[in-house]
Design a protein around this ligand. Structure first.
Ligand code: 4GX
Length: 232
């Protein structure tokens, strides 16, 4: 799967997604993440990419031209590397007013071959750039960040781990939270007793049925306490 990220801070994206599981998946050729600097595509002689909003108001907006030229560059690249079955990729604009990005959204996007993210900065982007290229609008939650890079990285991470081969068994491919509708139960590793803090007896009992019952009960307790909204 190929991810393209349109951003003014490409190093934030490429460095942030180069570690751990995602970094390994890139090395293994399972996914490819390209952060494209919007500033490289401005025609302004001072390399400016932002301007004042018409009608007044606080702050600056990202201008249409650099965004659309960045998009054209990415599309040329995608067209050059794809066969006759070319399908226009979805373009996700990350914004606090978008639909809530969920595990279901991640599953849906994991089926795409190419995915483009558009990261805004300043107060946002000239609406005409969105009209021209954006196909999807998503938010990671109800709080305000300084830019779209972190939400785009969050979405890329959540999508990537669903791509076959990205997780191996020791990465625990079947993390059930959300997919089962219950939160994960508490977990323990050695030692059995750490300064008097003990692992629950049932987990040491070897009684498989009791262990499963305990896990389920703990999951339900935790879900009731922290996410009662998940219990329908
Ligand atoms: N989930 N941000 C986008 C730029 C911006 C400002 C105003 C539109 C209007 C966010 C979130 C988020 C901060 C990303 C502002 N865009 N994105 N950025 N929460 O807070 O997705």
């Amino acid at each position: 799967m190929n991810f393209y990220v349109m951003t003014l801070f490409p190093e934030m994206v490429s460095l942030g997604l180069n570690t751990s599981i995602i970094g390994r998946a890139k090395e293994n050729g399972l996914l490819n993440i390209e952060a494209v600097n919007i500033r490289d595509f401005t025609l302004d002689k001072h390399k400016r990419v932002d301007d004042y909003p018409y009608g007044g108001g606080a702050g600056m907006l990202m201008a249409v031209e650099p965004v659309l030229r960045t998009y054209d560059h990415i599309m040329d690249k995608i067209k050059a590397t794809s066969n006759e079955g070319f399908k226009k990729p979805r373009v996700v604009y990350v914004t606090p007013w978008g639909h809530k990005f969920t595990q279901e959204t991640a599953k849906e996007f994991a089926r795409e071959e190419n995915l483009i993210f558009l990261c805004g900065h300043y107060e946002g982007i000239d609406e005409r750039a969105l009209d021209a290229v954006a196909t999807d609008f998503y938010s990671i939650g109800d709080y305000v960040l300084t830019g779209g890079e972190l939400p785009a990285m969050v979405m890329i991470d959540a999508i990537s781990r669903l791509i076959p081969g990205v997780l191996n068994n020791s990465d625990s491919a079947v993390y059930e939270s959300f997919s089962e509708g219950l939160l994960e139960h508490p977990q323990y590793t050695r030692p059995e007793d750490y300064n008097g803090m003990k692992v629950p007896e049932v987990l040491l009992s070897g009684h498989h049925a009791n262990i499963e019952k305990w896990k389920k009960e703990e999951s339900v307790k935790r879900t009731m306490k922290y996410r009662p909204d998940l219990l329908k």
